[in-house]
Design a protein around this ligand. Structure first.
Ligand SMILES: CC(C)(COP(=O)(O)OP(=O)(O)OC[C@H]1O[C@@H](n2cnc3c(N)ncnc32)[C@H](O)[C@@H]1OP(=O)(O)O)[C@@H](O)C(=O)NCCC(=O)NCCS
Length: 195
């Protein structure tokens, strides 16, 4: 992926313990984050993030049986195959675990004028709200730009308030809306675009 050395961190954050534990005095312990291309060996860890993030984000939004099927379809083998076949997947590596992932590529929707698309951007629930999503989003955007893809689109379910607010605050402009079928249920999807 873009020829970058996989061992070299491209993003690092130092977070005082106080950020995570407000009842404790600050200490010097730090968390180093690396955003790097996924490796086949990450498949099980990405599966765990996908599973936890999707269940947390979509419970009550996507009908339960459909959500369960969508989660079950994406096991370690699915991810391993996707990575091995060259799908663009970035992971957020905290050193001892994978805290999030983003997948991206060429825009799939002719209705939207953007060449690049972030297909998925998911953080493990316990790592949300700490600024990591913003960093992963920035890295995915750069990855697409490095590949010469001009403009970017991300689709989010309209009922996913957190994601819609996140993309809106990152400067995304709503360019299209579409309906997605979950059996007989319909949910609205919103396309956020960046030039
Ligand atoms: C949506 C999602 C990717 C956003 O990632 P995130 O890491 O939670 O979001 P961030 O922390 O980067 O940004 C959210 C807020 O946290 C705050 N924040 C940023 N850095 C921070 C830090 N170091 N410490 C504490 N808070 C911080 C910011 O105020 C930011 O608000 P802003 O958007 O007004 O700047 C993530 O919440 C997620 O995975 N959600 C569930 C799955 C999902 O909906 N994915 C998108 C599908 S399309």
């Amino acid at each position: 992926m873009s020829g970058r050395g996989t061992a070299e961190p491209i993003a690092a954050l130092s977070i005082l313990d106080a950020t995570l534990r407000e009842d404790q005095p600050p200490s010097m312990s730090t968390l180093t984050l690396t955003i790097r291309p996924a490796r086949p060996a990450d498949a099980a860890a990405i599966t765990a993030v996908h599973d936890a993030a999707w269940r947390e984000a979509y419970r009550g939004v996507i009908p339960g049986a459909h959500l369960e099927r969508m989660v079950q379809r994406r096991g370690p083998l699915w991810w391993k195959r996707a990575i091995t076949r060259g799908s663009l997947v970035l992971v957020l590596d905290t050193g001892d675990r994978i805290a999030g992932y983003a997948s991206m590529g060429r825009n799939r929707a002719a209705a939207v004028r953007a060449e690049g698309e972030i297909f998925e951007l998911y953080l493990d629930p316990i790592h949300q709200g700490l600024g990591f999503g913003s960093r992963l989003f920035g890295a995915a955007k750069s990855e697409l730009a490095e590949r010469g893809l001009a403009g970017l689109v991300v689709w989010a379910l309209a009922d996913n308030d957190r994601a819609c607010a996140f993309y809106g605050r990152r400067g995304g402009r709503i360019a299209a809306r579409a309906l997605e079928h979950f059996g007989t249920d319909l949910r609205e999807r919103v396309a956020y675009v960046w030039p």
